[in-house]
Design a protein around this ligand. Sequence first.
Ligand SMILES: Nc1nc2c(c(=O)[nH]1)N[C@H]1C(S)=C(S)[C@@H](COP(=O)(O)O)O[C@H]1N2
Ligand SMILES: [Mo]
Length: 348
Amino acid sequence: MSQPELPPGQQLVAAGKWPLIGECEPRHDVSAWVIAVHRGPALLGSFTLEELRGLGVEEQCVDIHCVTRWSKLGVRFEGIRLATILRLCGLETEDGFVSFVARTDRHHSTSLPLRDALRLGTLLAVSADGAPLGKEHGGPIRVVVPGRYFYKSLKWLERIDLLAEDRLGYWERTAGYHNEADPWLEQRYLAGGISPALAQQVLRDRDLAGRELRGLTAAGLDLTGLVASHSLLRNADLRGCQLAGASFVGANLSNAHFQGANLRDASFRSADLEGADFSGADLRGCDLREARMLGVSFVDRLSGSGAIIDAQTRIDVDALHVLTPDQHDYLREALRSWFRTPEVDPKS
Ligand SMILES: Nc1nc2c(c(=O)[nH]1)N[C@H]1C(S)=C(S)[C@@H](COP(=O)(O)O)O[C@H]1N2
Ligand SMILES: [Mo]
């Protein structure tokens, strides 16, 4: 079987799996679900779910690419085109921006240039692969923006705002996610928000505890014994670093790069490791218990460079089902070599 083409740095989830990311449910609200379209203060239109479905649904096959490096190809979404709704609202221009707002407690939102949203064929989806959208995946209605990282596909849509100026979405504002989000250009994150001077100082002191240093670049440095517990180090570049005995307890290391790092006896307990890369890192004696492992890499299949594991590496085998099959197999093999009986399946 030939490999399906994936954007750079993405890996396929196991067949039939669909990870759950971000908010898990809509706001508790007994009022009818109405989707309102606003331009500035003006209400251009509003639609109940029945009215929307009455407009007729179209099917579109969409490849899902999550910024935390998992992809799920060929999901058949059914829904109503954004273009259809905006036409009914009498909108004639493609200028400006569209912001989608969710029916959730934090009024989660995300935005796109309106022209891009229309050109990409944005869908307000009500079903996936032949079944109504599950509540956890944004049912009864979610946005699906083909050709963008999945954080542009808002779950539980209740409001569409047409804006002259862009308004950054929730993840774009709080997590530094790239506002353009093209997976083929790997637009995952904006550059880190810290000054080189501050980076120098905290690295010299080896104390990053509780700090926000998103996008930190520190490749190749000797940071033995670094204290980085509860820090925010999304997308940090720590490739090839000396990090023996470092503490990353409770840290957010989503998409961080640890390729080839020395992480002997380091602790990642309860850290968020979504999309982090440990290919070729030395994980002997390392503690990875209670960490979030979705999309974590331990082996680079191209170079064959794999993480080093030993009997003292602490890892919740139950949590490994969230890895992609490739990564799961590698880790299972690496762990198996430390079990007394080779037929023991660490999964069970
Ligand atoms: N309302 C809402 N929509 C959201 C999010 C969220 O937290 N809240 N997370 C986004 C992110 S980061 C992703 S990857 C997808 C995940 O959708 P899924 O849980 O159906 O896989 O939803 C996107 N839409
Ligand atoms: Mo995401």
